[in-house]
Design a protein around this ligand. Structure first.
Ligand code: 6GU
Length: 244
């Protein structure tokens, strides 16, 4: 059974969107994973197909009703099915590659996309949803965030990434340069607009290239993302500031 993604959304027409192209799209076509977008409104039974209501306690906006969301979850996930249920919300835990690896290694995901002011907290807890945010900014709905999470997971499914796009050596990978940003890359021509490629990369000295790249990774991480460095590395960085 391949990796399965089910999206619960008020805007199913947004899917597959960009996930239907490129690496993820080829993976879909090859059956390495599957995607199903379900309209939350489909489970309603009233004449107006109501999914939301005003918040208790007052305030702006509308809140998705717990009974509607629960019915949408039940319809997407037959009893006994055990896919993690992720609710995309700016108040969720920040998405990190460690969570992406765990989710990609499992059977798939059910993703609940919020709109309006959110989802009634009781159904989030009753269904044991994992609340996830993709960063410190506000999107108008969870759909784009769901696509981001899916893209991150799908590229880790065996067979989705070709050898050329190997996930191994990139930023945030579990390998050697873990928790360091990528070193800069160069290709031909060796001189462009009078700008030379760093000579060490043309030298053919593999050990020196590796050392230079490691130094570059550490320098750029220190500059842009000191939060990624361990306390020990942060102390070392304070002793030796980056020279421009
Ligand atoms: Cl998961 N949803 C929304 N609406 N905005 C976000 C987000 C999620 N993550 C960051 N901003």
């Amino acid at each position: 059974m391949s990796w399965r993604a089910t999206i619960l959304t008020l805007f199913p027409g947004m899917f597959p969107g960009p996930l239907g192209t490129s690496l993820a799209g080829r993976g879909l076509e090859r059956g390495l994973w599957s995607l199903e977008a379900r309209d939350i409104r489909e489970v309603t039974t009233d004449r107006h197909r109501t999914v939301d209501d005003t918040p208790f306690g007052g305030g702006a906006g509308m809140v998705l009703r717990p009974d509607v969301v629960d019915a949408a979850c039940a319809a997407a996930m037959p009893e006994g099915e055990a896919r993690p249920l992720v609710y995309l919300t700016p108040r969720g835990v920040p998405l990190r590659q460690s969570l992406v690896r765990e989710l990609a290694a499992g059977p798939g995901l059910v993703l609940l996309c919020g709109r309006y002011e959110g989802v009634d907290q009781r159904v989030i807890e009753a269904r044991g949803m994992i609340e996830v945010s993709i960063g410190d900014y506000v999107l108008s709905g969870g759909e784009l965030a769901a696509m981001v999470l899916l893209d991150a997971c799908v590229r880790l499914i065996p067979g989705v990434m070709g050898a050329a796009e190997s996930a191994e050596e990139e930023s945030f990978s579990a390998t050697e340069g873990a928790n360091l940003l990528e070193y800069p890359q160069y290709t031909r021509p060796a001189e462009w607009r009078g700008l030379r490629v760093p000579e060490v990369l043309l030298s053919g000295h593999h050990a020196e290239v590796a050392r230079w790249r490691r130094e570059q990774s550490e320098a750029v991480t220190r500059e842009r993302r000191p939060d990624l460095l361990s306390e020990q590395r942060r102390d070392a960085a304070a002793q030796a500031p980056l020279h421009p």
